[in-house]
Design a protein around this ligand. Structure first.
Ligand code: ZN
Ligand code: MN
Length: 259
């Protein structure tokens, strides 16, 4: 039986909901990821992790929100790249809130929001908070939500194995070794290793400048990647993916009291 709600009939879905399963919702982005990766990375990676965890614990996966908040220069290159399609904060907050309220109406009481895009975080938090407030007013006060940034489950051992010369930083990892490696593991047909840029890390001052234009961002690589992913590999991707799946499975079991 599938864990994907989109492939179920409503009758099967309603039946599945009676078991009070953990429901996984990815909120990603449609964002440039350099010349070597598809624009779906921030959806594909957390969604596949959510699926693997759902399979391990008998959960359900609802379709992802494939657009996110506006890309920021220091974490995603900026919103001025062609291809990046972003939402205003109010739209993202409202989307997250609406979906959680709908799931609550269906009877869902355990939800995991898989946050795949750095810039989404506080707008997801706000959507969750507003949904829980509305649901409480409707008499539903037992819905619990986890927000998970999957990369936060990188263990020190995985970090040493993937970045033997030292870990740069999560914002600089945009289209870097982690995303490139995990995509090489999950979907090698959509990665172009020969197009991986060779440049050093992006150079930004410790503040943001607006508007985020090429003129205002002289240290931003034209490739859209913030660092070179030359040391990426499918093996590293498998190690990271398995690390994320096992860490998140453990956290979800713990928070929802599953044995
Ligand atoms: Zn990304
Ligand atoms: Mn992103």
């Amino acid at each position: 039986m599938t864990v994907l709600a989109k492939d179920m009939t409503w009758v099967e879905y309603e039946e599945a909901l009676r078991r009070n399963p953990v429901i996984f919702l990815t909120v990603g982005s449609h964002e440039q990821h350099g010349p070597h990766l598809p624009m779906c990375c921030d959806v594909e990676i957390p969604d596949r992790i959510g699926q693997a965890v759902a399979e391990a614990i008998g959960g359900l996966v609802v379709p992802a929100v494939v657009f996110g908040y506006k890309s920021q220069a220091r974490s995603g290159g900026g919103n001025h790249f062609t291809g990046t399609i972003s939402l205003d904060a109010a739209s993202l907050i409202g989307t997250v809130k609406d979906i959680i309220c709908e799931l609550g109406r269906h009877g869902a009481r355990r939800i995991v929001v898989m946050d795949g895009h750095y810039e989404n975080t506080m707008f997801i938090v706000e959507g969750v908070d507003l949904a829980l407030r509305d649901l409480r007013r409707d008499g539903i006060d037992d819905l619990k939500v986890l927000r998970i940034g999957y990369y936060e489950f990188t263990t020190p051992e995985a970090e040493r194995a993937v970045w033997p010369d030292g870990f740069p930083s999560w914002p600089l990892e945009h289209a870097g070794v982690m995303e490139t490696s995990v995509m090489l593991h999950l979907s090698p047909d959509r990665v172009y290793p020969d197009r991986i840029p060779d440049h050093g890390p992006a150079e930004f001052p410790p503040y943001d400048v607006y508007p985020q234009t090429w003129e205002n961002l002289p240290g931003l690589p034209k490739s859209g990647a913030l660092i070179s992913a030359r040391s990426a590999s499918a093996e590293k991707g498998k190690l990271l993916f398995d690390t994320y799946v096992s860490g998140i499975t453990e956290a979800v079991r713990k928070e929802f009291g599953l044995v």
